[in-house]
Design a protein around this ligand. Sequence first.
Ligand SMILES: Nc1nc2c(c(=O)[nH]1)N[C@H]1C(S)=C(S)[C@@H](COP(=O)(O)OP(=O)(O)OC[C@H]3O[C@@H](n4cnc5c(=O)[nH]c(N)nc54)[C@H](O)[C@@H]3O)O[C@H]1N2
Ligand SMILES: Nc1nc2c(c(=O)[nH]1)N[C@H]1C(S)=C(S)[C@@H](COP(=O)(O)OP(=O)(O)OC[C@H]3O[C@@H](n4cnc5c(=O)[nH]c(N)nc54)[C@H](O)[C@@H]3O)O[C@H]1N2
Ligand code: SF4
Ligand SMILES: [Mo]
Length: 769
Amino acid sequence: MAERIPTMCLNCSTVCGMIAKVENGRILKLEGNPHDPNSRGKLCAKGQAAINMVEDPDRLLYPLRRVGQRGSGQWERISWDAAIAEISARLRRLRAEGRQTELMLQYGRDRTNGFLDRFADAFGTPNKLGHRGLCSLNKRMAIRASIGDTDWDTADFAESRYILNFGSNFYEAHQGHVGMLQRFAEAKRHGARMVTFDVRLSNTAAQSDEWIPIFPGTDGLVALAIGHVILRDDLQNTAFIHDWTNAPLEEWRAHYLRYTPEWAERESGVPANTIERIAHEFAAAAPCAATVSNRGTHAHRNGFYNEWAVVCLNALVGSIGERGGWGYIPGDVNKSAPQPSPLPPKPKSKTELSHPSEFPLVNELYPRAVSSTIYPYLAFGRANIDTMISYYVNAPMSWPEGPTFVRDVLLDEEIVPFHVAIDAFPSETVEVADIVLPDATFLEKWDLDARNSYDFRPYVGLRQPVVNPPGECKDIRDILIAIGKAVDEEMARFFPYENAEEFIREWAKAVPGGLDELKKTGVWVDENQPRHFRPYLQETGHRIGDPGIEVLKNGLVQLRENGTASAKVVGKLWRGKIVRGFATPDKRFQFKMPRLQQENLENDSEQNKEAYMYPSYVPIRAHSSLGENEYILTTFKWNVHTQSRTANQIWLTEIVGDNPCWIHPLTAVKFRIRHGETFCLKTLKTGSINSPTATASLHVTAHVTECIHPRALAISASFGHWKYGRTARGRGFNPNILIEANMDPIGGGQAWNDTVVRIESLQLEETLV
Ligand SMILES: Nc1nc2c(c(=O)[nH]1)N[C@H]1C(S)=C(S)[C@@H](COP(=O)(O)OP(=O)(O)OC[C@H]3O[C@@H](n4cnc5c(=O)[nH]c(N)nc54)[C@H](O)[C@@H]3O)O[C@H]1N2
Ligand SMILES: Nc1nc2c(c(=O)[nH]1)N[C@H]1C(S)=C(S)[C@@H](COP(=O)(O)OP(=O)(O)OC[C@H]3O[C@@H](n4cnc5c(=O)[nH]c(N)nc54)[C@H](O)[C@@H]3O)O[C@H]1N2
Ligand code: SF4
Ligand SMILES: [Mo]
């Protein structure tokens, strides 16, 4: 009889609840866990194909040490004891010499939810650096800056009536995929409508009532123009603006005045009358109206402002926190299940890697998150490291100029003297490592995990081994516990656990029934909490007249503890009650951030500088003077692949095994490129960060389709491996050869969808010859 073991998927970051049917130590089938409040018993194709990941014939099985030159592919098998001894000796020396900041821990899909922090903090390095800046940083920055409570939105799709989608492909990707699309599909059956702005006809656009192709990087301007119409025609929610935003209605009006639908049409190509209509429809559906957005909107040089402008639409119509509106609920599992002590203190040191000086707002709101700077800074001496530990990350594939510049940096032993890769597959990161440690895959390891719940109640899910890892693979926690114990006694204090399971058992004590209960159900939902609507109106429990409670002139309520001089703001007075408000300094939604006038804004007169303290449109300079043969290269996620890491999962690669370049028929005809033919993309790099000006070029195959904006091209980032495994290797193209490190100066996020490319037809060249 097959056993049914609940766990959590990690084939993408949506982390759906999963049940593994296991017999004789092999997985027969992966299904959804109906107890998961987000995914409610459903998995996507990637989740079901994760069996391929476990049984991947190319998996790493043993610790390895490089014997030839770095990158030469020559390895010897070593024991775990030898590997741990070598790594810990190096780390011990760094600590003894006070060189803690010379350890850089580089990670990608880390769902240990705190264990990597424990390791970096215990060691004493601030350089725990993820892929956040490549992923969602601009969006998270804008949300955190405007509401403070969390960095992620959770629209109440189930009860929505109207969804305005700016560049999210949640039918195929997005961090909430399965939970979002199920609920929107339900709402749609009850008459809800969705309008999608995308440069491509994604499957989300296809499932919408309207697809509006948009010129890349102009979503923010369209959102501002929608706001213009709402305010001009007096369709806003005046009470919300008055009570809950940090600027009066007149100030909103004055700012939005300049963003006319006609201007938006000129820049974005979205007809002014469409903008007018959408504004009316959105406002009429409020409060059951919400925006959703993602990398289409924010993965640009002006991404922070674009996202902020989109979020403000919800404030304008007062749909924030409402049923059917734009909600928010923290998705961090540590809020429900705090980390077990002893916890190491956070290191006080800062480096240019953890806190790059050009990004003051990011360093304040989201330290350690600007990713694109890492390799240029290492290469050009702005940062100095001795040891790099890479975990679940593939920088030579995923970073801007990964296969070229980043790979070269990683090959250079002067820049990266010692590199340990903790991976499950022979990746392009493993290629450039000195020591390789084989990790267990997510179906063989332990975590507590959760996301923002589309059911609006916090929950805790369990990831547990459903089969034993093959060879000598070990759970990342076991690896870090072993290294932590071996470095020195002081560090070992924070790793008083026998193994990963013991740590999780301790952690899970925060949940009723603990680990034993979680092992059976896979998930615990905090049913005692009210569903998280209107969180800012929740009463704090304080009353006027309570000892120490003081209401200030601006409505803020502060508490002065018995006899102490310092007071803490605990909420805001609203209609006679003390409520939580937003987690910003003045407890309101931020429509104005005066400090942004001072930040490094690219252009413009003094007059415009003032406008930049509000959500604004910052034109992308490189796009303003596009030559006739120049196009904007965008990239996207395929529904059956996650980043490039599923490319060796054969069921998925049988469905999509290539990444041709989407090109509009008008463009194709102009360059005489036919469907399926190879053509060349070229960029002139500006050298803004990676010094010398240089060109890059890439041969791609054409996917000629009307489903793309005529001035845009699109390539998925799923392929282009030169290592990784027999199924993945040699398929498709890596667009990151063309894309240079280019960050939003405010939000710090990588501008993936801004690259200007020239098309060169190989056919035309041949005819000319
Ligand atoms: N052009 C372009 N580039 C992009 C994007 C894009 O859309 N376009 N997307 C960006 C985004 S959103 C992100 S989040 C980043 C992601 O970039 P990464 O963080 O590099 O990607 P991940 O898929 O999270 O991690 C990939 C690597 O983890 C390793 N791995 C896989 N399974 C395991 C495991 O079980 N254990 C361990 N230890 N390692 C494992 C493999 O080497 C795999 O290649 O890429 C960014 N890069
Ligand atoms: N299947 C799958 N699911 C995933 C992932 C995956 O790799 N594969 N990765 C996970 C991760 S780490 C992330 S960050 C999320 C990403 O989730 P999403 O952001 O939803 O996915 P993307 O494909 O990166 O980008 C969304 C859309 O933006 C469009 N776009 C590009 N430029 C513009 C523009 O200027 N304006 C507009 N309006 N649209 C534009 C693209 O065509 C694409 O359809 O997905 C998560 N889920
Ligand atoms: S969306 Fe698919 S791949 Fe992502 S966690 Fe859910 S089932 Fe797994
Ligand atoms: Mo991402």
